[in-house]
Design a protein around this ligand. Structure first.
Ligand SMILES: Nc1ncnc2c1ncn2[C@@H]1O[C@H](COP(=O)(O)OP(=O)(O)OP(=O)(O)O)[C@@H](O)[C@H]1O
Length: 230
């Protein structure tokens, strides 16, 4: 059954500084629920610009964007902030964990901020996520007591805390060695295949991309037709 989670329709983006240049050129694609897709392409082709728009952080674009069946274009900043908190989990190259709080607290924070369930339930859920990621034993440590790979797993647990419909990653393994890249890849695959989690990851790592369900290859602000990655 066709179950589209994200739909981008003819997205164009211009920067006007100093001259007007078109960075994204009518980018259209959709993601099905449970799909694990990667975006690759040369530096400067527009990957981060596209992800910024898809994650609703940049609203200055032409075209349409539907997430979980709802059009994002034209919504207020507050509505978009709610969409980001409830529906999107972010994983970046750097983990941005707070060293003054425990691992558990770090994972709980976006859940407490959303305030939809009690603190006790948020804690229970955070422990579940840490278990799925194999780091429940580290829950009471501080992030600075963990390895780089463990920290990134905490960041993934934090991204999952509000049960987002999509995880978006901007170079989530960019700061990791081969072994930890492998671990993060396996976690993402497991999330997609066992938990039907949709994932969209920008990466420079072609070996990583080749093992995702789908590679979206960008070139000069456009998406190349499938089956022709360069
Ligand atoms: N605020 C801005 N003003 C003007 N040009 C910009 C701005 N932000 C990005 N660009 C330009 O847009 C183009 C696309 O940038 P973007 O960061 O999306 O590329 P990318 O594919 O993610 O690159 P990388 O792989 O190096 O991260 C680049 O040529 C960049 O210089």
């Amino acid at each position: 059954m066709n179950d589209t989670l994200l739909q981008a329709t003819a997205i164009s983006k211009y920067f006007h500084d100093p001259q007007t240049i078109q960075i994204l050129k009518e980018v259209s694609f959709s993601l099905e629920r449970g799909e694990f897709a990667s975006i690759i392409g040369k530096s400067g082709c527009g990957k981060s610009t596209l992800l910024y728009i898809l994650s609703t952080m940049d609203t200055d674009y032409e075209g349409g964007l539907k997430i979980d069946g709802r059009e994002m274009k034209g919504r207020s900043e507050q509505e978009l902030a709610n969409v980001r908190n409830e529906k999107i989990g972010f994983v970046f190259q750097f983990h941005y964990l707070l060293n003054e709080f425990s691992v558990l607290r770090n994972v709980m924070l976006p859940g407490l901020k959303l305030g939809k369930i009690s603190a006790q339930e948020v804690e229970h859920r955070a422990m579940e996520k840490l278990k799925i990621l194999g780091i429940a034993d580290e829950a009471l440590k501080n992030p600075n007591q963990l390895s780089g790979g463990q920290k990134q797993r905490v960041a993934i647990a934090r991204a999952l805390i509000n049960n987002p419909v999509i995880i978006m990653g901007d170079e989530p393994t960019g700061n990791l060695d081969k072994k930890n890249t492998e671990i993060v890849f396996d976690i993402f695959k497991e999330l997609a295949e066992s938990y039907h989690q949709t994932l969209l990851v920008v990466t420079h790592d072609n070996a990583f991309a080749e093992r995702t369900h789908r590679i979206i290859t960008m070139e000069d602000g456009m998406i190349l037709p499938p089956g022709r990655p360069k």
